[in-house]
Write a protein that binds this ligand. Structure first.
Ligand SMILES: [Zn+2]
Length: 113
């Protein structure tokens, strides 16, 4: 649907964007670091990776814990399909978490249609 190759992330922000590999844990670590840099210098960032769409910004408010692991976040990753919750970069980009999250979303879509 998005037209990106599996394992390639597209990072876009106001005024530009870039594509980065996201296959290995090291790739995803570098991607997360690039997203931190972009959110600090460009503001809101959109990340398209493995059919997921994330809107990423710097955490706001006094409580900045990831909804999945509870860790303090350097960037807050929101997926519109997952509701109004924020994930840390590690949980957002983790392969196992992507599969687990996708299952209930599919169930919701099928029951709504
Ligand atoms: Zn987390």
């Amino acid at each position: 649907m998005i037209g990106l190759s599996p394992g390639v992330a597209h990072v876009s922000y106001k005024g530009g964007g870039l594509c980065l590999p996201a296959r290995s844990p090291y790739d995803r670590q570098l991607l997360a670091e690039q997203v931190v840099y972009c959110t600090r210098t460009k503001g809101m960032v959109q990340v398209l990776v493995n059919d997921d769409r994330w809107l990423v910004h710097l955490p706001t408010g006094p409580r900045g814990g990831c909804v999945e692991c509870g860790q303090r976040m350097d960037t807050a990753w929101h997926a519109p399909a997952l509701g109004d919750v924020a994930y840390c970069s590690r949980c957002a980009l983790d392969d196992r978490n992507q599969r687990q999250r996708r299952a209930p979303v599919v169930a919701l879509r099928s029951s709504a249609g």
